[in-house]
Design a protein around this ligand. Structure first.
Ligand SMILES: *Cc1c(COP(=O)(O)O)cnc(C)c1O
Length: 477
């Protein structure tokens, strides 16, 4: 016990190490605070070494070159550590719009526009004609109305915020009627009933999980009802004996009874996807034509833009929504607006959308191309992992993700890594393997399934990058 105390005591302190000549360069490159933090980290690692093996630690501390070695390690770790925790990764999970991996990749034009407004003052809320205060929504409203046919539009932080703001404006303290079959949870965190509660709306459920009829809505309407709501649930399907009420019927009913018909479209596609060979999804324009007074949808799902919640519909209602004080709390920043303008502009030219919008390019990537990619990468992976895993190419299905379109839809190809391990050790090996890929300077993220690590190649953009990364892969077995 006594000698242990000595080892801890013998360890030089942070300020002493900070003065050492070995860290002079690091201090001038990374700054005092960063070096100090890294010294503390290194010291805490060393303290755990003392706890593990006191004598070994003492021997090291007593070496003449201890400070030199220690500070050398600190400098090396500073150089190797990227200064941020938020990194680009390569998404080979097979889910194209992956919420945990940041959803849609943005087109070049959007990235350029974001950079421009980020580094400069802009006319975000300034009318260049009158020289007076302007409206930040004005930059998007015309485009959105042109594309969707809406009278008016506004934009907030995400679609959850859009639903919250719409309900809080149109149904605070009153009832919003919704089918039981549409009380969905999306991505674990967004539950329609919870959002309604936060909006101060009273949720009135109608119908059963599998069947809801127009008469269910009709008989539920009371003196305190203000909204009929429809939630688009394409990522979840109730099969068999089902019935739901069409938008047009709900719209008619709402208007006969002087109520507002609100549609949460979720993914919200702006154009008919069948022209690109994808399955049909209702478009925002169709929803409005069928009688929705307000439609809300996400900016970073099928639309392929930045995180945002778009609200389009009747002018009078959108004006009320904009005047809600909550709007100020939920508004988007200039960088989002800059990106969204560019993404929406691409929709003005649907014929060239596939080549310009990364999300759509990923969704419609020809299977032949993915197949060839797999064929070229197989030997590279197999050679690198020769003693570690068996590598093969398999057919798989990619998902669009984030509640968009049906599940398991897009035929794709995967490199499948099966660890070479004794029985009972497979799982530990698999975890190590996946961890090695996650530890790369640009982490590669796959999917673990059935004792195998699966890399769906649909979203792999840069083949030479992955070949380069593979060279630096360290497999510690
Ligand atoms: C995804 C989704 C939401 C939430 O949208 P975010 O942009 O993630 O906030 C709300 N409603 C539906 C139907 C959705 O699919």
């Amino acid at each position: 016990m006594k000698s242990e105390t000595n080892a801890f005591k013998a360890l030089p302190n942070t300020d002493f190490l900070l003065q050492s000549i070995e860290l002079e360069e690091a201090v001038s490159t990374f700054g005092n605070t960063a070096v100090k933090l890294m010294i503390r980290e290194e010291l805490s690692l060393f303290r755990s070494k003392i706890s593990d093996n006191n004598q070994f630690a003492i021997d090291q501390i007593l070496r003449d070159d201890f400070v030199e070695i220690f500070c050398g390690n600190v400098a090396k770790r500073l150089k190797n550590s990227s200064n941020t925790t938020l990194l680009p990764v390569i998404n080979l999970t097979g889910t194209v719009v992956h919420t945990n991996l940041g959803r849609a990749r943005l087109p070049k034009s959007a990235i350029n526009a974001m950079t421009l407004v980020a580094g400069s003052a802009s006319n975000l809320e300034y009318d260049l004609v009158s020289g007076k205060r302007g409206d930040r929504d004005s930059h998007l409203e015309k485009l959105l109305c042109e594309i969707t046919g809406a009278e008016s539009a506004t934009i907030v932080n995400n679609n959850a915020a859009a639903v919250l703001l719409v309900l809080n404006t149109l149904a605070s303290g009153s009832e919003a009627i919704i089918s039981r079959g549409e009380l969905v949870e999306i991505g674990g965190a967004f539950r329609i009933p919870d959002v309604m509660k936060s909006a101060n709306s009273i949720l009135k459920e109608v119908g059963t999980t599998n069947r809801t009829h127009l008469s269910d809505y009709e008989s539920a309407i009371g003196t305190n009802t203000s909204v009929l709501m429809k939630v688009h649930t394409s990522n979840y399907e109730i099969k068999g004996f089902t019935n739901s009420v069409a938008e047009s019927e709900l719209g008619k009913l709402a208007h006969q009874r002087k109520l507002h018909f609100v549609s949460d479209l979720g993914s919200g596609t702006l154009i008919d996807l069948t022209r690109y060979g994808l399955p049909r999804e209702p478009t925002v324009r169709e929803n409005l034509e069928e009688g929705a007074d307000i439609v809300t949808f996400s900016g970073d799902k099928l639309l392929g833009g930045p995180q945002a919640g778009l609200i389009v519909g009747k002018k009078e209602l959108v004006e009320r929504i904009k005047r809600n004080p909550l709007k100020r709390a939920l508004r988007v920043d200039k960088i989002t607006i800059a990106a969204l303008i560019e993404v929406l502009k691409l929709y003005m030219d649907p014929d060239r959308l596939v080549s310009r919008l990364p999300l759509l390019a990923d969704l419609v990537r020809p299977i032949g191309e993915i197949d060839h990619l797999a064929g070229r990468l197989l030997p590279v992976f197999a050679e690198k992992l020769a003693d570690v895993a068996e590598v093969s190419i398999e057919q798989c299905k990619s998902q669009i993700g984030s509640g968009a379109l049906p599940l398991d839809l897009l035929e794709s190809r995967a490199l499948v890594l099966k660890p070479l391990a004794k029985k009972g050790e497979t799982d530990a090996r698999l975890q190590k393997l996946a961890n090695s890929f996650r530890s790369l300077s640009t982490p590669i993220i796959g999917r673990l399934h059935d004792g195998r690590l699966i890399f769906d190649l649909r979203c792999l953009e840069n083949e030479s990058q992955i070949v380069g990364l593979l060279k630096s892969l360290t497999l510690d077995y």
